[in-house]
Design a protein around this ligand. Structure first.
Ligand SMILES: [Zn+2]
Length: 79
């Protein structure tokens, strides 16, 4: 997905994201991949915390386990 940082509009990401791309909704040049970068909080953090308390199986994929708050997820699930 692609995210407009100016208005929050999301749309299917193109194969190539030119830096000059503008948002089809508001026209701003504030587009970015709709992913969580280092230093940002994961989406749905409260829902994640609630689900970690009840899961029987938890898999952490693509995480170094070094960056908080996601670094705590494995320990919280194990507890
Ligand atoms: Zn926009």
């Amino acid at each position: 997905m692609t995210l407009c940082h100016a208005c929050g509009h999301r749309w299917t990401a193109p194969l190539v994201m030119p830096v000059a791309d503008t948002c089809a909704h508001c026209g701003e040049n504030a587009t970015r991949p709709d992913v969580v970068w280092i230093g940002e909080y994961p989406y749905h953090l409260e829902e994640i915390a609630n689900r970690i308390e009840t899961v029987e199986i938890f898999a952490a994929i693509g995480s170094s386990g070094q960056v908080h708050p996601a670094a705590n997820f494995v320990q919280e699930a194990a507890a």
